[in-house]
Design a protein around this ligand. Structure first.
Ligand code: E4P
Length: 214
C-alpha cells in the first residue's frame, strides 16, 4: 500500500519523508491557502523533497480553463498529477489529459458511479472522500469496498486514493480492503506511528539495562 501525505506543509512532508512514509503528496486549494504561500512555489518545493506523484488541483470549473492550467502545472515537474473535480467538465478534461499522457486525479468523489466515470475517462487516480461521507452518517469505507470490487471486475488501471482520512482506523480498513493508496494527514500518521505498549516496553528494557550495569 502506498502512503501519500495530504498536506501542503513542507515541514510535515520533510519529516514524514525522513521516515520513508511518503510515496506521494496530495494538495487541494484549501491546503495550499492554509500555507499562505504562492501555489507554484509550494508545489515546486514539494517536488524537490518527494520523488513521487504530487497532486496539484486546478481552480477553473470549465474544461478549457482546466486544460490551460494543467498544461502550465505539468511544466513544474515530471511528477505533477493534475487534480480535477468530479464534474462533467472535470471528466471531459480528464479524458483529454489522459490522451495527452498527463496524469490526473479525479477528486471530490462520493459515489461508486462517479468513480466508474473517472476510470472510464482514463483517470490515473480517483479520490473518494471517506471522512466527509462518515460525517453525513454514510459509510465511507463501504464506498471504497464498492470501488475496489468494481475496478477489479473490469481490470481498470485507475488507482484508488482513499482520501479525507480522519483517523488510523480509516487507514487500517483501507489496507484490509486492498485500496492502492491512502492519503494521510500528518497528524493521523503520527497517531499510528506510536503505541503506549511500545513506549512502556522500551522504558522497561532500558530501566533493566541500567539497573544491571550498576
Ligand atoms: C484529498 O485529496 C483531499 O485533499 C483531502 O483528503 C480532503 O480531506 P478533508 O475532507 O479532511 O478536507
Amino acid at each position: 500500500m502506498k502512503f501519500f501525505l495530504d498536506t501542503a506543509n513542507v515541514d510535515e512532508i520533510r519529516e514524514a519523508h525522513s521516515m520513508g512514509m511518503v510515496d506521494g503528496v496530495t494538495t487541494n486549494p484549501s491546503l495550499i491557502a492554509k500555507e499562505g504561500r504562492d501555489f507554484k512555489e509550494v508545489i515546486t518545493e514539494i517536488c524537490e523533497i518527494v520523488d513521487g506523484p504530487v497532486s496539484a488541483e486546478v481552480i477553473s470549473t470549465d474544461t478549457e480553463g482546466m486544460l490551460k492550467e494543467a498544461r502550465e502545472l505539468v511544466k513544474i515537474n515530471k511528477n505533477i498529477v493534475i487534480k480535477v473535480p468530479m464534474t462533467i467538465d472535470g471528466i471531459k478534461a480528464t479524458c483529454r489529459l489522459s490522451k495527452e499522457d498527463i496524469a490526473t486525479n479525479v477528486t471530490l468523489v462520493f459515489s461508486p458511479l462517479q468513480a466508474l466515470m473517472a476510470a472510464k475517462a482514463g483517470a490515473t487516480y480517483v479520490s473518494p472522500f471517506i471522512g466527509r461521507l462518515d460525517d453525513l452518517a454514510q459509510d465511507g469505507m463501504q464506498l471504497i469496498e464498492q470501488i475496489v470490487e468494481m475496478y477489479s471486475n473490469y481490470a481498470f488501471d485507475t488507482e484508488i486514493i482513499v482520501a479525507s482520512v480522519r483517523n488510523p482506523l480509516h487507514v487500517l480498513d483501507a489496507a484490509m480492503l486492498g485500496a492502492d493508496i491512502a492519503t494521510i494527514p500528518f497528524n493521523v500518521l503520527g497517531k499510528f506511528a506510536s503505541h503506549p505498549m511500545t513506549d512502556k516496553g522500551l522504558k522497561a528494557f532500558l530501566d533493566d539495562w541500567n539497573k544491571a550495569k550498576k
